[in-house]
Write a protein that binds this ligand. Sequence first.
Ligand code: GDP
Length: 321
Amino acid sequence: MKFVVFSGGVGGAKFADGIVRAVGGENLTVIVNVGDDFELYGMPISPDIDTVVYTLAGVANPTTGWGLEGETWNNFERLVALDAKPWFRLGDKDLATHLLRTQQRRSGATLSHTTQDLARRLGVTARVLPITDDRLRTMVETDNGMLEFQDYFVRHQCEPKVRGLTFIGSEEARPNGAAVAAIEEADCIVFGPSNPFLSLEPMLAMPIVKDALFSASAPIIAVTPIIAGEAVKGPAAKLMRELNLDPSAVTVAKHYSDVINGFVLDSQDAHLKAEIEAMGIGVHVTDTLMRDRDDRARLACEVVNFADALRPNKLGGCKIV
Ligand code: GDP
């Protein structure tokens, strides 16, 4: 069985971890957003890739969802003491990842290569692929002007009102060949519960990726990141309101409706099932909140079984539940 999960940071990473427990890491390719990537002190930073790799390695910080567990902040505090006004928190342990990646990139390694190398060093069995090795950057058009993603997300704490989004490079960047092949060969493709506009859209805005999804033979299922009109974490609902969209699971399903066959709706939104089915999308209703690792595995297993129900030839499903 070949599974593909599209992921941003925390939500998608937790779900991908569930899929590893449900079907085994050797059967999973995680395709990760790089629209949030940026440079800090000359170091290339890939927040979503690191969140996915750390989560799959079981070393992610359980409180924040990003960064490493047991982190210390001596370096950050030293930058404060030097009046360098640091605004992006890189922990002492996390810094090792960035030093290694910077050295590798300066020696000519691609982001795909450094990602694979980090995953191997941390014992991750799933394949983690950046959507592209080329430049793809999310820009947020706000009341305070055009902001780079991290400027909006971290420095401004998502406070400025969003008017629109631009994905620089989405037309020109070449998608990762291995990611396109994984989409073509997959038995099941899942859009993890990530921010549809900030985390998944930069990848779907790449024409070759969208075409690969259109022609994929596997069922494509999206897991809702919105529960009862609110995001579990982050600015998804606020952003939807600012873009004059109703912050609901129906809006998410509509947004993906040209490519998905199935949608996983939270039990709290069960009353929206018929509205989504009316778009020609199959719906599975369940508790989608992943509080712990068992929740992740149970949700992933239900998605595997749902995908199997949508396929003409059955894969045999998942037996954890
Ligand atoms: P970010 O890059 O760290 O913001 O992470 P993502 O884009 O992957 O995820 C953020 C989205 O995931 C938010 O819209 C959350 O509502 C959603 N999310 C996070 N955890 C969960 C969860 O346990 N269940 C569901 N259904 N959604 C979640």
